[in-house]
Design a protein around this ligand. Structure first.
Ligand SMILES: Nc1ncnc2c1ncn2[C@@H]1O[C@H](COP(=O)(O)OP(=O)(O)OP(=O)(O)O)[C@@H](O)[C@H]1O
Ligand SMILES: [Mg+2]
Length: 571
């Protein structure tokens, strides 16, 4: 997956690596030229020759400076492209994810997995692979080659020392993995706790939950900080061990270097050049070790992101028979559904003829919303048939089905955008006049015309800047604008007063009188106006028919109705 998202960056990557090799070659040649300048100076060579070498040295160094500057662009471009691409990938995953898998993941946890994962993916590719190829490998390669020109033994000792450090690193990695996995888990927990705190101000404040939540968060934070510090200490130990090793080599080189200069076997320039190369080689080797450990640890993080990316997708959102037209006949035959172990719907059978209106009523928790989500295709039945115009929903290309239905979920589907965006997703599809006409029908025209930005007023997250009833009315405006053949409404009027509810339901039944309307309702004010009532109790249809019929023959319905009457009287 990571490889696929890199394909389009291949030329950038090639250019970046080439640039890295060029910079390191120029910089190593710079050291060699510097050595020659020193040696020529100590044997009192001609100044003209030395001057030419100094010029070459200057050109080489200037070249390195300029290329290092140019190098910034691909470096920033590549590192940002990788992170952003992974985040986009995450959103496109959500667009196709199986609804139940989505419900199982909390928002806070999901955000953390995505953020950590995108950062880890970027580190793996950019900080490890690209940095190694662009910087560490050429530095190492050229330094070792040039050191071997001066003294092969030193090159061999450094290379061997490095292999030892690398092996120790690998042995210690196991501990680090476990630590990293624990840190990630704590971080996800922390994100869950803080996001729910950010979102649930009202519940938490009025229930005085914040103190406890902050305590919990502080505890998790302490664990994270402690574990991160431990991880860093082990990490840094690799660096320190290798630094010690290189210091020993430097001391040895100095002793032998001074000895051989005195004995006339070597020159000052060569010893200085060796020192410069050892310094040059030391950091990439040490950095590589750290990066390698990071890379392996990032893999742990990235794996969690990958699990999210590989979460099951909706099986027929983008496959199956495309529906170009839908009349609105709906039939369920022996449909069953459960959430894991809990049986929710039990061999449900009923039918809804095209162009009719049906109300689904029943006690809370009886399975009405679950049933609605099956008809919308979000949840998948375990057993039975759910036929839309005679075709089973599992065989239908759901994305094309969504062109023909309007669905309002129980938690009013208003999102963080303007009034206009909440009614029409394509802002040019309806003129302002047409939008106001629709708003008039849902009794929002006056309210919207008084807002400072009118149709372009932002409504806040989940529409918090509107009242509960206004949110529901705005959702109705979207349905009227969509003019679809099937309406599926889950408790769309629960927050409205009786008068507005009555008027809105009349409008909807009138506007959509030839269409199929399924409406879940607790309050039964408009119940006498619909063509059929389905009474759902504990996952089964226990009554079906017209109002008069049910009130006489269906106990469950009679009980619901009597409760409504007593509530109304109590009001
Ligand atoms: N994602 C879920 N995972 C597990 N159980 C769930 C899930 N969603 C709902 N349930 C359970 O399924 C049962 C039916 O829920 P559903 O939302 O369909 O009821 P409902 O009839 O719409 O109730 P209400 O009138 O209160 O909206 C409930 O007992 C509920 O706790
Ligand atoms: Mg419900």
């Amino acid at each position: 997956m990571l490889k696929k998202s890199l394909a389009h960056l291949k030329w950038w990557i090639c250019g970046y690596i080439l640039l890295g090799f060029t910079i390191q070659l120029l910089s190593s040649l710079g050291i060699v030229v510097f050595q020659k300048i020193l040696d020529k100076a100590t044997v009192m060579g001609s100044f003209g020759e030395i001057f030419n070498l100094i010029l070459v040295y200057g050109v080489l160094l200037a070249g390195v400076v300029i290329l290092n500057y140019v190098d910034e662009y691909p470096s920033v471009y590549l590192s940002n492209s990788i992170t952003e691409r992974l985040k986009i990938l995450a959103l496109s995953k959500i667009s196709k994810i199986d609804y139940q898998a989505y419900q199982d993941m909390g928002t806070g946890q999901m955000i953390k997995v995505i953020e950590n994962g995108a950062a880890a993916g970027n580190s793996m590719i950019f900080s490890f692979f690209l940095k190694t190829l662009h910087e560490l490998l050429p530095t190492l390669l050229f330094s070792l080659i040039f050191i071997s020109f001066y003294d092969l033994r030193i090159m061999v000792v450094i290379a061997a020392g490095y292999v030892v450090v690398f092996l120790i690193t690998n042995l210690l990695l196991k501990f680090l993995y476990a630590m990293k996995a624990a840190i990630l888990q704590e971080q996800e927990k922390m994100s869950r706790f803080s996001i729910r705190g950010f979102m649930e101000l009202v519940v938490f404040r009025t229930n005085k939950r914040y103190e406890k939540e902050i305590d919990k968060l502080s505890q998790t934070a302490r664990t994270i900080i402690h574990k991160n510090a431990q991880l860093q200490m082990i990490h840094e130990a690799f660096f320190a061990i290798f630094e010690l090793f290189v210091t020993v080599i430097k001391v040895v080189v100095l002793i032998y270097g001074v000895k051989s200069i005195v004995a006339g076997e070597s020159s000052l320039g060569v010893v200085v050049a060796l020192f410069m190369f050892i310094d040059k080689i030391y950091s990439p080797i040490a950095i590589f070790n750290v990066l390698f450990v990071d890379y392996r640890l990032n893999k742990v993080t990235y794996k969690r992101f990958e699990e999210f990316i590989e979460a099951p997708e909706d099986r027929n959102l983008e496959s199956g028979e495309v529906v170009t037209e839908i009349h609105g006949n709906i039939e369920l035959r022996d449909v069953s559904f459960d959430y894991g172990q809990v049986k929710i719907l039990n061999n449900l059978s009923f039918s809804i003829a095209r162009g009719t209106s049906v109300a689904i009523v029943g006690l809370s928790g009886g399975g009405k919303s679950t049933l609605i989500k099956l008809i919308v295709g979000l949840l998948k039945k375990d057993k039975g048939e759910l036929l839309l115009d005679g075709r089973d929903i599992d065989e239908i290309h759901l994305d094309s089905y969504y062109d023909h239905i309007s669905y309002l979920s129980q938690d009013t589907p208003i999102f963080d955008a303007t009034i206009r965006d909440n009614i029409v997703f394509d802002e040019h599809s309806l003129s302002d006049e047409e939008l106001y006409e629709i708003l008039e029908k849902v009794h929002l025209q006056e309210k919207v015309s008084q807002l400072p930005d009118r149709l372009d007023t932002l409504v806040g997250e989940k529409g918090v800047k509107l009242s509960g009833g206004e949110r529901q009315r705005l959702a109705f405006a979207r349905i009227i604008a969509q003019k679809r053949n099937i309406l599926i409404l889950d408790e769309p009027v629960s927050a409205l007063d009786n008068i507005t509810e009555q008027s809105l339901m009349e409008t909807i039944l009138q506007e959509f009188k030839d269409k199929t309307i399924i409406i879940v309702a607790h309050r039964l004010n408009f119940i006498k106006d619909v063509d059929k009532i389905l009474v759902v109790d504990q996952g089964s249809v226990v009554g079906e028919g017209k109002f008069d019929d049910l009130i006489e023959h269906c106990e469950a319905f009679e009980a619901l109705w009597n409760r409504k009457i007593s509530f109304t009287n109590a009001d």
